[in-house]
Design a protein. Structure first.
Lengths: 124, 497, 495
């Protein structure tokens, strides 16, 4: 267990980061902190993917100097996945932020529980 | 390869692009385009279904002609085509049934935006149904989430925005877990295409190495999709989201969006992990227990509710519990029952939401039970439709709900250890369902002489009434001649393997 | 085939027609005209239905499958002797009570809804009697609950709605317990078509014998809810007082008998030989005897007339169930005889109570002093019917109770063979105790009664004639028991 964990420290770190992000997204009541948690969670996954795609001693999969041998580059698919993932996460973050702005303009607070209380008081 | 094989790809594509086109069209044209697209996709799915039934085997469609394991693939079998057809039918009924309320609910200038979201939702649902690639599935899960969130908050009141935020948070938690599980799966197997992953998973199980990470990955994906489909402890967002959004949104969200995720889960179980391997894990027991709890607690919350739409929303929690209970049984029969219940619940829940709006319309827009007294006399068709939906939910013979309960019970009888628990909970849940649905039905048929509200007749709302009648018919057809549907589900599951 | 189908679907369609025809309440003269049209229409529908049922009964037919619910579950109809017997009961009681309600419901709101559901219930009952397998039976059993519930809560007062809901939940719980059993039977039988001598596979009996006994017990309890068997009898006394009197009559005389019919079917499916001598039989007999005794006792202590009659129904139904539980031919004859006798008698009693409420508004037994002088014909019918229920010859109740006691003594069961008749006798005494006081006080109000205030309150013919017919029918069974003995003998063997 120990040596394995040490050898795969990148994955371990990403798993820990994922947990941190997940708990933040779940338990924080402040909306901005929740969104930060979301970003930590997503980034942790990208770190994991990048770690998986990386092969020690090789270069990024961009053809330079006409070297086309497969042996020269790391696995490109995880990088592609990370790129796609970043696009998704950016759009989701943007949507969340815009929703947050709406809520803030309406209720003048970023605290989700507080907003729920106000809604209950409104009674509809 | 026949021309028909292009249909899955076409249907995803036209719904995706029509969304973009809708953004520049005026509201009326956008509505027409939206209806046309749903109808066209439904038609294509129907043709595809017939084609697949006649050939008897599924096909794989290479996107951009890259062969596996590099290319992206679409796969169509009987179950996929059937689901797509059914989703289109329900979506068309929901849109047509809620159309007359849209001007009241959504600001005029945003109507075309509404249709964009619906088209996007349709395309993402279709993609979830057809895709053979895990990462594509993830991307479309997110598109689905975003468009569903838009559908919730397009009606701009405080509640819906809050509900949308809560929905987004839960969904993001779910998709985060799904993505992480997916990445671990990719790490273990080195593939993203479902069929290739399945081969590798079988190898891993045979070798006996890396079993724990594999189970972890499967569990992460399952929990992620459970959260997204509002399985019992993760349902907090659901009542507000369904209860306060527009009618069509509520009907679509409850009957389609959560079902899209559940269908993806079925695909993962069959096509990625393998049914037998999945059943040998403890995950099914967890799903089973949470399904049972959802059946009871969802109904209990619905009984306490004093708002008709939130009550229907809570009933969805219970019904999703049924579906997961079927998964949890770990048999083919349980799976067939669950898939039938997906259909039956989608047909019934959209009917109930649409009928409920007809009842609240004639009660001064109030959704409190006290104001609904006698509403069924003021809007007769809505009353009849609500009664039919309720009977189906309670599981009265001749309606679709009875068949799904019958299938669940037959499946339960075959599983030694889980038989008693599932039958008893099924019984309790049936009775609880009867409590709140019959309470409502009696309430709306209790006459009140001096109600200050206007009544609505068939002539006022022709389209709406036609939709109600169609939905009732759909329910009865599913209830009376269920055998072809069940056969089709069985055939589709056989194609999955 | 077409006769059976039309006897089922004609009343259902007619009922739906009446329901759809609903209009906003009219007032004054218009209302009277509208009402006349409605009652005439309903009357015609009832008569046509009755004619169709009788035609279907006389015309012996083969069974037929309507359609398949799932691949192995056909919706199958076949009239056998048991079904014929219950049909006979329904076809006499329902039109009588229906005509009675034309007068009784005069001042009620939303009559159209009442008649609509009344006809629906009629159709469903016909279907129930001609159902040929368990799944068809279950389907219509549920529908019967659904269509009879609106009759119970017709007045839509708070109590009525609560009573209706209580009825619904008891019935649904019972029906679900029964459905639970059907699933197991489905696993262990070759087909769910009714028989009288057991449909279980021999191999299943060997393998899952114990479990099948539990299943049988659960099914008996489940269907027993409808038949008001202890411990699930509480819905009956709640539902009856709030329902309109003709609805109570139908409920008590026919609809609860659906539970009895269900139990006969279940017994047939499991086979008497399978259940005889097992713990299921002992527990079941004990439950029925407890119900017989307890129902009579509760009725004895109950001051409200309709509620008293409801408790009496609880008690009398368990007479029938006792006869079935003994699983012996003579007792079976007694039970089926009592189905008819009790049906006619109880319908007549409830209609009498309804006539009294309609004319005088009196609901409590204590208020009925001198009523016999005011409504002689009604009270004479009440008296004759009461004597029948107590079991005094030559009424229907005597014959059935005689056979019940005889069968029980012949059965050779330990303890119960003597205990049964004893409890039946005690209960008969209690029956006399709770039914005769209204009669005695009604006809002999005592010396201090103010005879000057008497008025003739006899209701109109629409009310008295149905009561008279039902009372006559109950006496007829007592005088000519041979008229039904053939069909009962056929029922025992399952033809």
């Amino acid at each position: 267990m120990g040596p394995n964990l040490l050898a795969n420290y990148g994955e371990a770190v990403s798993a820990i980061l994922f947990c941190i992000g997940f708990t933040n997204l779940l338990l924080q009541t402040n909306l901005i902190k929740k969104i930060i948690g979301l970003n930590i969670m997503d980034s942790a996954i990208y770190l994991f993917l990048a770690e998986k795609g990386y092969i020690a001693g090789r270069a990024a999969p961009i053809v330079v100097d006409g070297v086309t041998s497969v042996e020269a580059y790391i696995n490109p698919i995880p990088s592609g996945l990370v790129l796609t993932g970043i696009v998704v996460s950016v759009s989701v973050t943007a949507l969340m932020l815009s929703l947050t702005i709406r809520l803030y303009l309406r209720y003048h607070t970023l605290d989700l529980d507080e907003i729920s209380m106000q809604l209950k008081r409104e009674g509809k | 390869m026949d021309f028909i094989c292009n249909f899955p790809f076409f249907s995803i594509l036209i719904s995706l692009f029509s969304g973009t086109i809708c953004s520049v069209l005026p509201a009326k044209a956008a509505k027409a385009v939206n209806r046309l697209v749903i109808a066209a996709v439904g038609l294509m799915s129907a043709v595809l279904l017939l084609y697949l039934l006649s050939t008897g085997e599924s096909f794989i469609y290479w996107m951009g002609h890259f062969p596996a394991p590099w290319g992206n693939e679409i796969r169509a079998g009987v179950l996929e085509a059937g689901m797509a057809l059914f989703f289109c039918v329900i979506m068309y009924l929901s849109m047509a049934g809620g159309a007359h309320k849209l001007p009241d609910e959504v600001v005029e200038s945003k109507h075309s935006l509404y249709y964009i979201l619906v088209n996007l939702l349709l395309s993402s649902l279709l993609a979830l149904v057809y895709t053979n690639d895990m990462f594509t599935a993830y991307v479309f899960v997110e598109i689905n989430t975003i468009s569903a969130c838009g559908l919730i908050m397009i009606r701009q009141v405080g509640r819906t925005i809050e509900a949308a935020v809560r929905y987004m948070i839960m969904s993001l938690l779910g998709s985060g877990l799904l993505l992480f599980g997916l990445c671990i799966m990719y790490d273990l197997t080195g593939h993203l295409l479902m069929s290739n992953i399945k081969e590798s998973v079988a190898l891993i199980m045979a070798n006996g190495e890396y079993q724990i990470p594999l189970i972890v990955a499967v569990a992460l994906m399952c929990i992620g999709l459970c959260i997204k489909s509002a399985l019992f402890p993760f349902h907090a967002w659901l009542p507000d989201a369904y209860g306060y959004s527009t009618v069509s949104s509520a009907a679509i969200l409850s009957s389609l969006v959560s079902k899209g995720y559940i269908f993806l889960l079925i695909k993962i179980i069959y096509r990625v992990i393998g049914f037998d391997i999945f059943n040998s894990t403890r995950i099914i027991d967890v799903l089973f227990v949470f399904g049972l709890m959802g059946m009871i607690f969802g109904s209990l919350s619905a009984i306490k509710e004093n708002d008709i739409r939130r009550m229907i929303a809570f009933s969805s929690v219970a019904q999703i519990g049924y579906i997961y209970m079927g998964f949890g049984m770990g048999t083919q029969a349980g799976m067939v029952a669950s898939i039938f219940h997906i259909l039956s619940h989608a047909a019934t829940k959209s009917l109930l939401f649409i009928a409920a709006i007809g009842l609240t319309d004639v009660s001064g827009g109030s959704r409190k039970f006290i104001d609904l007294t006698g509403a069924a006399y003021r809007n007769k068709w809505a009353g009849v439709a609500f009664t039919a939906g309720s009977l189906s939910m309670v599981g009265i013979p001749l309606f679709s709900g009875f068949i799904s309960k019958l299938l669940f019970a037959q499946a339960a009888v075959q599983v030694e250890g889980k038989m008693l628990a599932s039958l008893i909970v099924l019984g309790i849940s049936t009775v609880l369902n009867a409590v709140y649905f019959m309470k409502t039905v009696i309430r709306i048929y209790t006459s009140e002489q001096d109600a200050p509200y206007k009544s609505i007749t068939f002539r006022d709302r022709k389209a709406y009434t036609v939709v109600l009648v169609c939905s009732i018919l759909l329910n009865v057809i599913l209830g009376v001649s269920s055998q072809p549907v069940v056969d089709m589900i069985g055939q589709g599951l056989a194609m999955f393997a | 085939m077409y006769l059976i189908l039309s006897s089922i679907f004609f009343p259902i369609l007619a009922g739906l027609f009446l329901l759809i025809r609903y209009r906003t309440p009219l007032s004054g003269e218009k209302r009277a005209i509208d009402r006349k049209a409605l009652t005439t229409l309903t009357g015609i529908f009832l008569l046509i239905t009755a004619a169709l049922v009788i035609a279907a009964l006389l015309h012996a037919e083969e069974g037929f499958t309507l359609f398949y619910l799932t691949k192995t579950l056909p919706i199958y109809f076949r009239i056998d002797s048991v079904g014929r017997l219950f049909s006979m009961l329904a076809v006499i009681v329902l039109p009588c009570a229906g005509f009675f309600s034309f007068e009784y419901m005069k001042h009620e709101e939303r009559e159209s809804r009442y008649y609509g559901f009344y006809l629906l219930a009629f159709g469903v009952l016909n279907a129930l009697c001609s159902a040929g397998n368990l799944i068809t039976f279950y389907l219509f059993f549920e529908l019967l609950t659904m269509t009879s519930m609106p009759l119970v809560l017709h007045s839509c007062s708070r109590e009525a709605v609560m009573a209706g809901l209580k009825y619904l939940f008891y019935s649904l719980c019972g029906a679900y317990a029964a459905l639970f059993g059907i699933y197991f039977l489905y696993q262990n039988c070759d087909s769910l078509a009714f028989t009288a001598d057991g449909a279980l596979r021999a191999s299943s009996i060997v393998e899952h014998g114990g479990f099948l006994l539990v299943t049988a017990f659960v099914m008996l309890l489940g269907f027993g809810v409808k038949a008001g068997m202890f411990p699930m009898h509480a819905w009956l006394p709640t539902a009856h007082p709030v329902a309109p009197a003709p609805a109570s009559a139908v409920l008590s005389a026919v609809i609860v008998k659906a539970g009895v019919l269900a139990i006969i079917r279940v017994l047939g499916m499991f086979g008497r030989d399978f259940l005889r001598g097992t713990w299921v039989q002992s527990v079941w007999i004990s439950l029925t005897l407890v119900t017989v005794f307890m129902g009579s006792l509760l009725a004895y202590r109950e001051p409200v007339l309709k509620k008293r009659l409801a408790y009496s129904t609880v008690s009398q139904l368990s007479y029938i169930l006792f006869g079935l539980a003994v699983m012996q031919e003579t007792a079976f004859t007694g039970a089926l005889c009592h189905v008819l006798a009790h049906g006619f008698i109880k319908a007549s009693l409830f209609l009498c109570a309804g006539a009294i409420i309609y004319k005088t508004g009196k609901t409590r037994v204590g208020e009925l002093r001198g009523i016999g002088k005011e409504m002689p014909l009604t009270m004479w019918c009440f008296t004759i019917a009461s004597l029948g229920l107590i079991g005094i010859p030559p009424t229907g109740g005597f014959v059935s109770k005689w056979y019940l006691a005889l069968g029980s003594l012949k059965s050779g069961l330990p303890v119960f063979d003597v205990l049964g008749p004893v409890i039946l006798l005690v209960s008969a005494l209690l029956t006399a105790g709770y039914l005769l006081p209204p009669v005695i006080h009604g006809f002999f109000p005592g010396a201090d009664y103010d005879y000057g205030s008497l008025q003739n309150k006899e209701p109109c013919r629409l009310m008295t004639v149905p009561i008279f017919i039902l009372t006559t029918a109950s006496v007829f069974i007592g005088l000519f028991p041979d008229s039904v003995s053939g069909i009962i003998a056929a029922a025992f063997t399952g033809r």
